[in-house]
Design a protein around this ligand. Structure first.
Ligand SMILES: N[C@@H](CCC(=O)N[C@@H](CS)C(=O)NCC(=O)O)C(=O)O
Length: 204
């Protein structure tokens, strides 16, 4: 078995979370290397694209979280075999990436600047992406692809949970429920999946 080391921020969310859950589900041991923001600033020049997550496989670094999701998702049986279903899975993961990029533009802002940026985000790209992701669920049923839990659901769920948590200033906690009711239901479904429950039990 290869030696896996996944480097990311010390948070139960973000781009590394679906990869951690997939490793856990596959029963594949990996080093869950969690770093502080200060660590990141010191290390970032050594990262190929100056960002995380980084997956090292036998010491060789790989970047791009969706590629990692596909790779580990396949090993965990969480990625569709069927090409069309794989396309649906990838579409959802790509949309989540784009939404994350839109959200990041508001990070680091404070006070009135943050409020204005978040309100613009809520009325603009956040609404667009929530409605679009809701549509993907209307197409796919309860899940994004393959009529079952895949790595795309594991990528979406931590973000939905965050958007509904109240931890993001000026993002109303009922926004997801109002604009994307299927997505809110999806978050509950994924949260109660035995795979996800077992992963968070293992984190206690
Ligand atoms: N396309 C990359 C994007 C990675 C990315 O933007 N990572 C963020 C953390 S979630 C990051 O490292 N941000 C710090 C920075 O850009 O300085 C991927 O999917 O892995």
């Amino acid at each position: 078995m290869a030696d896996y080391k996944l480097t990311y921020f010390d948070m139960d969310g973000g781009r590394a979370e679906p990869i951690r859950m997939a490793f856990h589900s596959a029963g594949i041991a990996f080093e869950d290397h969690r770093i502080s923001f200060q660590d990141f600033m010191e290390m970032r020049d050594g990262f190929r694209f100056r960002c995380v997550p980084i997956l090292e496989i036998d010491g060789a670094a790989v970047t791009q979280s969706n590629a990692m999701c596909q790779y580990v998702g396949k090993m965990a049986g969480l990625y569709p075999d069927d090409d069309l279903q794989a396309l649906y899975c990838d579409e959802a993961m790509g949309a989540v990436e784009d939404l994350m990029h839109a959200m990041v533009t508001t990070f680091g802002l404070e006070g009135d600047e943050l409020k204005a940026a978040r309100e613009k985000l809520v009325d603009g790209w956040l609404s667009v992406f929530l409605k679009g992701l809701n549509e993907l669920l209307e197409r796919g049923g309860d899940y994004f692809a393959d009529n079952r839990l895949t790595i795309a659901d594991l990528k979406m769920f931590p973000l939905t949970r965050w958007l509904m948590s109240g931890d993001l200033d000026h993002v109303p906690t009922d926004l997801v429920g109002r604009l994307a009711p299927r997505l809110a239901e999806h978050a509950s479904l994924v949260a109660s999946d035995p795979l996800v429950v077992a992963y968070y039990e293992s984190r206690k």
